[in-house]
Design a protein around this ligand. Structure first.
Ligand code: NAD
Length: 360
């Protein structure tokens, strides 16, 4: 049984083919059982994206919540039919260890809290999905990976774009050299509506790079299929130093790949940017907007790319649940999150020193 994916728009034959490929890769064989997911942190991403996506998943479902805000409980209980036994707060969180209805904890907290909750969750005997950025230092990432290994639990990062047809197409075009050898990559991601903990270095770990620039790092890595060997970076001028007093408001950086290929990247909390562009020997391809939850659009030297927009988070969570149920590999594992955090550390070092920072 394949279990058709129906959490997407279907238009045209090419689109059908792409969706069938996704189904085959993510859902086959379709397990008989669904795993229970508890969302840890009920902020904007959990309420606006993950909980609705869990209504569309085939291998998992929303079983529980962990929240520090008492007033959110009544609404979530009713809206998602969550039993009292599956509702926790940050203090009694460990009691989840005796709850067989919850298999996966999805950590959707401010960045600097990820490590603590991933480790506590693994020690409580649960599989973990952790939002991006995985942690605010490589050391934290190592601790998280080790905790999950020691507990014999799987760990994944919330990298939804690995399940998005346009990004999968970019991976094929770049890594498969469809337009010949890549000669340059350009990735930009910026947003102007940042507020709350994202402006506090203690909770965010950094500024625009941690939150938005990480998408450019990911994109450069999977477009090229290579790991960068060196980084150069320059912080942008602070136009609002009162707001961005201890984090970068904007940043440009260069990722140098083996053979000399350069990815120029840019991130900002004061301008809207959403682009992934690659030039190759015999053509180019790009996504714009590139990193959105929906409405991603692709173009190449030979025309528009007509691919479906899908519910990325549903596919991402299904892929992880499927990996647990079938003992398969995790497509976006902790090691991938760690590699990005290592690059982030190098970007900050290059920004502060002005030096070319080697990653070799
Ligand atoms: P948010 O501010 O909307 O929600 C954060 C939640 O954490 C809130 O429920 C808040 O009550 C809770 N919290 C617990 N302790 C806290 C503390 N000490 N300070 C502040 N809040 C605290 O944030 P969000 O947008 O939901 O982001 C949460 C995580 O999800 C971040 O790591 C972010 O990078 C990630 N995220 C990922 C995507 C994606 O596309 N993969 C999109 C948005 C956010």
């Amino acid at each position: 049984m394949t279990g058709n994916i129906n959490y997407e728009e279907k238009k045209g034959t090419d689109r059908e083919t792409v969706l069938t490929e996704l189904s085959q890769e993510i859902l086959v064989p379709l397990p008989e059982k669904k795993l229970g997911v508890a969302l840890v942190g009920l902020g904007e991403y959990s309420s606006g994206q993950l909980a609705p996506a869990l209504a569309d998943t085939k291998c998992c479902y929303l079983a529980g919540i962990v929240t520090g805000t008492e007033s959110k409980i009544a609404e979530w209980k009713v809206k998602y039919n969550i039993p009292d036994d599956n509702i926790y707060n940050y203090e009694n969180f460990e009691q989840v260890s005796t709850n067989d209805a919850i298999d996966i904890l999805y950590i959707v907290l401010p960045n600097a809290l990820h490590a603590e909750y991933v480790i506590r969750g693994a020690n409580a005997g649960k599989h973990i999905i952790c939002e991006k950025p995985m942690g605010v230092s490589v050391r934290e990432c190592d601790d998280m990976i080790n905790a999950c290994k020691q507990a014999g639990k799987m760990l994944s990062i919330g990298y939804r774009l690995h399940f998005e047809p346009h990004h999968r197409d970019v991976m094929k075009m770049g890594q498969g050299k469809v337009f010949g050898e890549l000669v340059h990559v350009n990735a930009k991601h910026g947003s102007t509506d940042t507020k709350g903990w994202r402006l506090d270095k203690n909770l965010a770990g950094g500024g625009a790079l941690m939150d938005l620039g990480i998408y450019c790092i990911q994109a450069a890595r999977y477009t090229t299929g290579m790991e960068p060997v060196a980084i150069k970076a320059t912080e942008g001028i602070k136009t609002k130093p009162g707001i961005f007093n201890n984090i970068e408001e904007s940043l440009t950086w260069e990722m140098e790949f083996p053979g000399g290929l350069i990815a120029n990247c840019e991130t900002s909390y004061s301008s809207e940017m959403n682009l992934l562009h690659a030039d190759a020997a015999h053509g180019w391809f790009e996504l714009s907007p590139a990193y959105a939850y929906e409405g991603i659009k692709g173009k190449t030297a030979t025309g528009f790319v007509d691919l479906p927009n899908v519910k990325q988070q549903a596919l991402q969570m299904d892929a992880f649940a499927h990996a647990i149920l079938t003992d398969g590999p995790v497509k976006v594992p902790g090691e991938m999150g760690r590699a990005d955090v290592k690059i982030i550390e190098a970007v900050y070092q290059a920004m502060k020193t002005g030096d070319r920072v080697s990653l070799e």
